[in-house]
Design a protein around this ligand. Structure first.
Ligand code: CTP
Length: 414
C-alpha cells in the first residue's frame, strides 16, 4: 500500500463487497484474470463461476489462485461423492454478479432463461444486481439478434458495460473488444457508490461502553463490546450512508467506508461529540451502553486502599439520546436501544416516549444469546405511530443480520 491517500482510497473502494465474477467462452477471458486481480486489489471478495467453454480459454486454477476461492464451472462438485455446486447459494452470496466477458450466446440465454450451465443457473438464482461486459467479434456484436438481446437485458435492469472499439481477435477493427479490466473495476466501484439506497444520508451511530473514572486507573463501566453498534455502522456504510461512528473503548476495527470515527471514553465526551454532529444528520442510532452515573469527584492519581472513600458519591451523566430527541427536527429519524433484564416492553415504550424517539430497540438479557458480548442478538422493535406503537419481534440472529433488519426498518428499505 502506498502512502498516497488517493491510491489508498482506491484500494479500499470495494472492501467488504462480494462479487460473483462470471466468465464465458471468449478469447477475452484471458483479461478476466486481470479483472479478478483489479477487484480483489480494491478489497472485494470474489468468487468465480465459469462456463465450460471459458475453461478452454483460461484455467480455473489461474482464477482460483488470484481470488483465493475455489472456482465453480460444473453442476457437480465431485462425481464420486455425489456433491453438487449450490448455484442458489452463490446467487444469494453476491452483492453483484458481474459477467465479463459475456458472449452473445450467454446474453441470448439470459434473455430466454435457458439454463444449460452453472453460470446461467447462478444468473437465474441471483437476487443481486447483474452487470455484463459483452465481448465478441464486430459482426456478431452488430447483428440484430445480439442488439436485441442487449436491449432486452438493459430493459430488464441489467447494467451493460459497453465493449470498447479497437482491433479484434478476428483481425477486424470496431466495437466488440472487452473493456479494459481497470475500466470495468472502476465501473463496479461507481455502481456500488451510485446505486445504493442510503446514498447522501448522514447517520450518527453511538456504540460501545463508556468509562467513568474514579481515579487514575479505576472506572465505572459495563460489559458492552460495541459489536451491535459497529454492525449497524457497517450496514449503513455498505448501503452508501455517510456514517459518523462515536465509539466508546472497544477492540473493534472501523468498518469499511465508515467516514468518520470519533473515539470517546466518558458519557460527557460521548454527549459532546454526538450533539455537535447531530444537527447535520438525517438519522441517529444510539446503541452505546452509556453509564448513567459517574463519580462526583475524580482523583487524578491512583488511590491506595487506605485512601479509598467508604462510599463513592455519584452524579448523573448527560443523557445524549434524550438531548437528541428533544432537539430532533421533523426530517430526522431517531432510534434508541433499551437493554432490560425482564420482558421490558413497558419500560422500552417509556423510553420511546420520554426521549422522543421514532424507534426503540428492546433487547433483554432474559433471552439466551442476546445483549452484551454475544455475536447474536434477539430484538423487538417498537415504532412510534402517532400516539400508538407498532411492535415487531425478531428471532435470535447474528448481530450482522439484526443490523440489516434494523436499518431496513429505520429507512423503510423493504
Ligand atoms: N443513552 C444515552 N445517554 C445516556 C444514557 C443512555 O444516549 N446517558 C441512550 C442509550 O444509548 C440507549 C438509550 O439511551 O439508546 C437507553 O438507555 P437507558 O440507560 O436504558 O435509558 P434510561 O432512560 O436511562 O432508562 P433506565 O431507567 O433503564 O436507566
Amino acid at each position: 500500500m502506498t502512502g498516497d491517500p488517493e491510491s489508498q482510497n482506491e484500494l479500499l473502494s470495494l472492501l467488504g463487497r462480494r462479487i460473483v465474477l462470471g466468465i464465458t467462452g471468449s478469447i477475452a477471458a484471458y483479461k478476466s484474470a486481470l479483472l479478478a486481480r483489479e477487484l480483489t486489489r480494491r478489497g472485494a471478495e470474489v468468487r468465480v463461476v465459469m462456463t465450460p467453454s471459458a475453461t478452454e480459454f483460461i484455467t480455473p486454477l489461474t482464477l482460483a489462485t488470484l481470488v483465493d476461492n475455489p472456482v465453480h464451472s460444473d453442476f457437480t462438485e465431485s462425481k464420486e461423492k455425489g456433491t453438487w455446486t449450490n448455484h442458489v447459494e452463490l446467487g444469494l452470496w453476491g452483492d453483484l454478479f458481474l459477467i465479463a466477458p459475456c458472449t452473445a450466446q450467454t446474453m441470448s440465454a439470459m434473455v430466454t432463461g435457458a439454463c444449460d450451465n452453472l453460470l446461467q443457473a447462478v444468473f437465474l438464482s441471483a437476487r443481486c444486481p447483474v452487470m455484463i461486459a459483452p465481448a465478441m467479434d464486430l459482426d456478431m456484436f452488430t447483428n440484430a439478434a445480439t442488439q436485441e438481446s442487449l436491449h432486452t437485458l438493459r430493459d430488464r435492469g441489467i447494467e451493460i458495460i459497453e465493449p470498447a472499439s479497437g482491433l479484434l481477435a478476428s483481425g477486424l477493427e470496431g466495437k466488440g473488444r472487452l473493456e479494459e479490466p481497470e475500466v470495468i473495476a472502476e465501473k463496479v466501484v461507481n455502481f456500488f457508490s451510485s446505486s445504493l439506497p442510503l446514498k447522501n444520508k448522514r447517520v450518527v451511530v453511538t456504540a460501545g461502553p463508556t468509562q467513568e473514572p474514579i481515579d487514575a486507573v479505576r472506572y465505572i463501566g459495563n460489559r458492552s463490546t460495541g459489536k451491535m453498534g459497529f454492525a449497524l455502522a457497517a450496514r449503513l456504510s455498505d448501503l452508501g450512508a455517510e456514517v459518523t461512528l462515536i465509539a466508546g473503548p472497544v477492540a473493534l476495527p472501523t468498518p469499511p467506508r465508515v467516514k468518520n470515527r470519533i473515539d470517546i471514553k466518558t458519557a460527557q465526551e460521548l454527549y459532546e461529540a454526538t450533539i455537535k454532529v447531530w444537527p447535520d444528520m438525517d438519522a441517529g442510532i444510539a446503541c452505546a451502553a452509556v453509564a448513567d452515573l459517574k463519580p462526583k469527584s475524580v482523583s487524578n492519581v491512583k488511590l491506595h486502599k487506605e485512601e479509598f472513600p467508604e462510599a463513592v458519591e455519584l452524579e448523573k451523566t448527560p443523557d445524549t439520546l434524550a438531548s437528541m430527541g428533544s432537539s430532533k427536527k421533523a426530517n430526522q429519524l431517531l432510534m434508541g436501544f433499551a437493554l432490560e433484564t425482564d420482558d421490558g416492553i413497558e419500560s422500552a415504550v417509556g423510553k420511546l416516549n420520554r426521549k422522543n424517539l421514532d424507534f426503540v430497540v428492546l433487547n433483554t438479557l432474559a433471552d439466551d444469546g442476546a445483549g452484551f458480548s454475544h455475536d447474536t442478538n434477539k430484538v423487538t422493535v417498537i415504532k412510534k405511530v402517532g400516539v400508538d406503537t407498532e411492535i415487531r419481534s425478531f428471532e435470535l440472529k447474528s448481530k450482522k443480520e439484526v443490523a440489516r433488519d434494523l436499518i431496513d426498518i429505520l429507512f423503510q428499505i423493504k
